[in-house]
Design a protein. Structure first.
Length: 304
């Protein structure tokens, strides 16, 4: 994305006094860096990637480009030890890390604008739902959540099943690589146990949950599942999911009584995969990615 749009890296500390650092990529409004560009609309969009992604994940880049071309400023957040932030944190990211979203929003609110939207994808879509359903200062005016694993236990069961083993093995390999690299300060006995884990459940039980301060993996899944926080959301939100998602089970989506949450708009597609949503390319949409338009149409509608 840096090849087409001016970008600057910003490093900020987390709020948990761990000494961990978050690496952000800031794309200022185009009107601030180009003579001929859309006028800044006064808003910024915070984009947060999914599991083992980064600020350069395809959906982050395509949504960021769409936002910039419509007059937004953009901040693309790397979760702990992701992307260029690898090695800058002693702790891993997790599905309920509200404090990291808050830290980044505080920075944008203080330095760029008080008019902020948030867009989370995959694991971070769950984080975003949880964050806005909690009783805290939220800073943002609206949010979107794409392919959210709203029930973490059932999503774990799904990806650990035969249907999800391709994605399970892919994600486990990359997460174990980080453990092997030594970026996390954990005893060798725990490291050996983590590296022997064959399932997502075991990895989260041996590693993610205890490092995040939870008694066990079931407590972690229970407390951090976004489905529990839908009723507490007080700002407009858009949630997008595909019935053929190979990572997040659609049964959870269909069980939720969405009409009970009037502030939330939903888009459920028959096809789209997991944060994919690609159609045939066209002159207006050469990449064939239609998700950015849906998200930015929603955010445009929230500008008063």
């Amino acid at each position: 994305m840096e090849d087409e749009y001016y970008s600057e890296s910003i490093l900020i500390p987390t709020n948990d006094r761990s000494g961990d650092i978050l690496w952000l990529e800031h794309n200022p409004p185009l009107s601030q860096v180009r003579k001929k560009a859309s006028k800044w609309n006064g808003h910024y969009l915070l984009l947060i990637h999914g599991m083992e992604g980064s600020s350069e994940s395809h959906y982050m880049v395509s949504a960021g480009k769409e936002a910039l071309n419509r007059g937004y400023g953009v901040v693309r957040m790397n979760l702990r030890n992701c992307g260029r932030g690898l090695g800058l944190a002693k702790k891993p990211y997790n599905a309920g890390q509200s404090e990291d979203i808050e830290a980044v929003l505080q920075y944008i609110y203080k330095h760029f604008t008080k008019s902020i939207f948030v867009s989370g994808f995959s694991l971070s879509a769950n984080m975003v739902v949880k964050f806005f359903g909690e009783k805290r200062q939220h800073y943002a005016k609206a949010f979107s959540a794409t392919s959210p694993p709203l029930d973490l236990k059932r999503s774990c069961d799904f990806i650990d099943s035969r249907a999800g083993n391709f994605y399970r093995d892919h994600f486990l390999d990359t997460m174990k690589e980080k453990v092997t690299s030594g970026v996390y300060e954990i005893p060798d006995k725990i490291k050996e146990r983590v590296l022997r884990s064959k399932s997502f459940f075991d990895f989260d039980d041996y590693f993610t949950a205890p490092i995040a301060g939870y008694a066990n993996v079931l407590e972690y899944y229970n407390i951090c599942s976004g489905v529990k926080y839908l009723g507490g959301i007080k700002i407009p939100g858009l949630l997008v999911h595909a019935d053929d998602d190979p990572v997040v089970p659609s049964e959870v989506w269909h069980e939720i009584r969405w009409k009970s949450y009037p502030l939330l708009q939903t888009v459920l597609t028959e096809k789209g995969g997991h944060v994919g949503f690609i159609s045939d390319p066209s002159p207006d949409n050469p990449e064939g990615r239609w998700l950015p338009r849906i998200l930015l149409d929603f955010f445009d509608s929230q500008i008063k």
